[in-house]
Design a protein around this ligand. Structure first.
Ligand code: AMP
Ligand code: MG
Length: 325
């Protein structure tokens, strides 16, 4: 069984061929980037529209497979930016129709979780999912993925990107902040907001931006921003571990590429005798390989072609996890 998968929830357009054993035969992507400004949904969708054919063609070629060997098409149905999602679905539907293949729409967040499990061999972890658009503490309990804690306003990746944009670093800002933070010397106190299992990042960013405008050093602010926001996330993760009585933590999503976040979660896990895993950096950000693997897991799912549509606000606790026994 082979699937050709498409990802297009936000900044990245990707295509990938994956087999039923979880082998990634190809993984091609192109991320919309800017030098200074943030993401503009219309420009992102335009990017996907222009690059889609080329990316899909490359993914097939790299996999050394032909369309006739593909069993079905998988695509990222949501959650995400509506205009970006529509572009991905359009390519997926065109392919499915032209080559008479079934079409399977999958949940993008589920795909982040499952590729993490596939590549790390974590079995039943508490997931720390931190991406551009989402920050959620998730675990599989009572037959479905449940969200135990989440960001109340903006997500961790978005918070980093917002600060980066304000200080002229462009998009994506997370990796640049991580580099600048290494030269930070002084810890500056910023608002630390944890409410039960939820975290709130928007006030911190506003506060940091104001300090930057008053002349506080970029490096110290990047360092303090990371230390404060990551500590909040570690605190709620620890609480979720105790609450769910689990002994594994798996970090996934784009911000999983941050070494300092990995280090802080790892220390907390060691102290609790839990095992810490992070998805390999290559698969931490948005990619179509994870959409392919999720499609494989859900290969039995069939929906009427005409009824398949994007689901911009699809929450993970609404997904039927038929592949988990
Ligand atoms: P995703 O939405 O899962 O593709 O992840 C993209 C987000 O991850 C963006 O907000 C990036 O700024 C963030 N990101 C990527 N690499 C890093 C890093 N090394 N440190 C912090 N954030 C990062
Ligand atoms: Mg994502």
């Amino acid at each position: 069984m082979l699937t050709l998968a498409i990802e297009s929830t936000a900044h990245t357009f990707g295509a990938s061929v994956v087999n039923s054993k979880g082998k990634i035969l190809s993984d091609i992507r192109d991320m919309y980037q800017t030098k200074k400004e943030g993401l503009e949904p219309r420009k992102v969708a335009e990017h996907h529209k222009n690059i889609g054919d080329l990316i899909i063609e490359k993914a097939l070629k790299d996999s050394k497979k032909k369309m006739k060997g593909i069993s079905f098409i998988s695509f990222s149905q949501g959650p995400g930016l509506p205009l970006s999602l529509v572009e991905g679905m359009r390519f997926a539907k065109l392919l499915a129709k032209a080559h008479k293949k079934p079409l399977i729409g999958v949940n993008h967040i589920c795909a982040h979780l499952e590729i993490g499990k596939l590549l790390t061999k974590a079995r039943n972890p508490v997931f720390v999912f931190t991406s551009g658009a989402n920050t959620q503490i998730i675990a599989h309990e009572g037959g479905k993925y449940r969200i135990f804690g989440e960001c109340l306003s903006i997500a961790l990746g978005n918070a980093l990107d917002k600060f980066a944009r304000e200080i002229g670093l462009g998009f994506p800002g997370g990796p640049k902040i991580e580099q600048l933070a290494k030269s930070g010397k002084k810890y500056i106190e910023l608002p630390y907001v944890v409410k039960g299992m939820d975290v709130e990042f928007s006030g911190i960013v506003t506060h940091a931006i104001n300090l930057y405008k008053k002349g506080v050093s970029k490096e110290d602010l990047c360092y303090s921003l990371q230390e404060t926001m990551f500590a909040m996330l570690v605190e709620v993760t620890e609480r979720a571990l105790a609450h769910c009585d689990k002994n594994e933590v798996l970090l996934i999503g784009g911000v999983a590429a941050n070494q300092r976040l990995c280090e802080m979660l790892n220390i907390m896990c060691r102290e609790r005798k839990a095992k810490f895993y992070a998805v390999p950096i290559k698969y931490s950000g948005d990619n179509a390989a994870m959409i392919g693997w999720q499609g494989i897991l859900e290969h039995k799912k069939r929906e009427s072609f005409d009824k398949i549509d994007i689901k911009p606000n699809w929450r993970i606790d609404q997904v039927e996890t038929i592949w988990i026994k």
